[in-house]
Unconditional design. Structure first.
Length: 203
């Protein structure tokens, strides 16, 4: 018996729909599984874990307090880790106001304990001395071991050309010192040398 062409076409169309449905369901399931795997794998580290790791590696992190005022949303005294930058204080203070003149301060400068930071408004006249957002070396007579070159480091008692070179080499290899105590990790700097220079250096 001869099957009409219309039936053949209809059966073929139904088969195509079924096959397409199977592929769609399979692809959706695979996509869902891939997404779930990615979501389970990508875990952003939390701040406490990051801090815990730093304390494990370098010992307890020193805390310092600074006062930020002027054109910021929440002026006041804030506690931060030693070695933090002006931009970190500004962030804790809620950020600058709409009329803040950020070009007049150094957001990358490291802060110091008991420092006062004044964020000026545009056009506001403030004595540059009061801004106190310069690098440590310009507002402090101590030598910054993270920025000083070999010649500057040799001004410290007991630090000759070899030891000064070791400090710079250690800094280039491991990054900035987080505290002045870490300079003892440099070759040729022991407890006695550190005792002689600890009051003359900063980070």
């Amino acid at each position: 018996m001869k099957i009409p062409k219309e039936y053949i076409f209809a059966i073929a169309a139904v088969a195509c729909v079924i096959v397409a449905g199977l592929f769609y369901t399979s692809d959706s399931r695979r996509s869902s599984q891939v997404y779930e795997m990615m979501a389970a794998t990508v875990i952003e580290p939390s701040e406490p874990e990051s801090r815990e790791f730093m304390e494990y590696e370098n010992g307890p992190i020193e805390q310092i307090k600074v006062y930020i005022a002027g054109a910021v949303l929440n002026p006041g005294v804030y506690e931060l880790d030693a070695g933090s930058r002006v931009q970190d204080v500004l962030r804790l203070a809620g950020g600058p106001t709409y009329d803040a003149d950020l070009l007049r301060i150094n957001l990358a400068a490291r802060i110091q304990d008991e420092q006062q930071i004044i964020v000026p408004k545009e056009g506001e006249i403030i004595d540059n001395v009061l801004l106190q957002v310069q690098n440590s070396e310009s507002s402090d007579s101590r030598i910054n071991i993270n920025t000083a070159d070999e010649a500057k480091l040799m001004e410290l008692p007991g630090i000759g050309p070899v030891t000064a070179g070791n400090i710079v080499a250690h800094r280039n290899e491991h990054g900035d010192f987080n505290s002045i105590e870490e300079i003892q990790n440099v070759t040729r700097i022991g407890p006695q040398t550190f005792a002689n220079i600890k009051d003359l250096i900063t980070v």
